[in-house]
Structures are given as structure tokens and as C-alpha cells.
Design a protein around this ligand. Structure first.
Ligand code: ZN
Length: 89
């Protein structure tokens, strides 16, 4: 599964939800995807590549989160969040 995630991200940036869909994993397993991404980052590092993250962003006020996962904006309390996207560089 790890290598599948890596080959998906080599093609285009994706968020955890899109990775779930592409791999046919149920949406509630998103947390596992985040764990996988951490492992993928290590694997890629050995290959001299980097897993990059475009952080989650509040669609209402533009606040950028530092963590991979975000559910509520600390600035404006909005739950309208653009999820983190991952790509390989
Ligand atoms: Zn906000």
C-alpha cells in the first residue's frame, strides 16, 4: 500500500480523501492514510526525494494550519477547511 500511495503522489498532488478513494479505502480510514504518509516520507527520503505538504487552509479567512490534519479554524471558527495536499518533490 505504501508504494501505491507513493506512485499516486508521483503523478499528482492529492489529499488524504483522494488517496482513500484512489485506493478503494473507506473514508473513515483517513487517519491511517496520515500514518502511511509519515512512513512514505521516510521511504522517499532514502531515495533522495521529499514528501511535501501543502498545509490545510481555512476557506473562509485563509488561515494556514501547521498540522496535516485540521478540523476547525482557530481564527474564525469555521469548519470549512481545504484539506492538506501531498506531493513528491
Ligand atoms: Zn478561518
Amino acid at each position: 500500500m505504501l508504494s501505491q500511495i507513493i506512485s499516486l503522489l508521483e503523478k499528482r498532488p492529492m489529499n488524504a480523501r483522494e488517496i482513500c478513494d484512489a485506493l478503494g479505502i473507506e473514508g473513515d480510514k483517513e487517519r491511517e492514510i496520515y500514518e502511511m504518509l509519515k512512513k512514505a516520507a521516510k521511504v522517499l527520503k532514502h531515495k533522495g526525494k521529499t514528501l511535501m505538504m501543502q498545509p490545510p487552509r481555512c476557506k473562509k479567512c485563509g488561515f494556514e494550519f501547521e498540522n496535516m490534519k485540521a478540523s476547525k479554524c482557530p481564527e474564525c471558527r469555521s469548519e470549512w477547511i481545504e484539506p492538506a495536499r501531498f506531493f513528491i518533490k
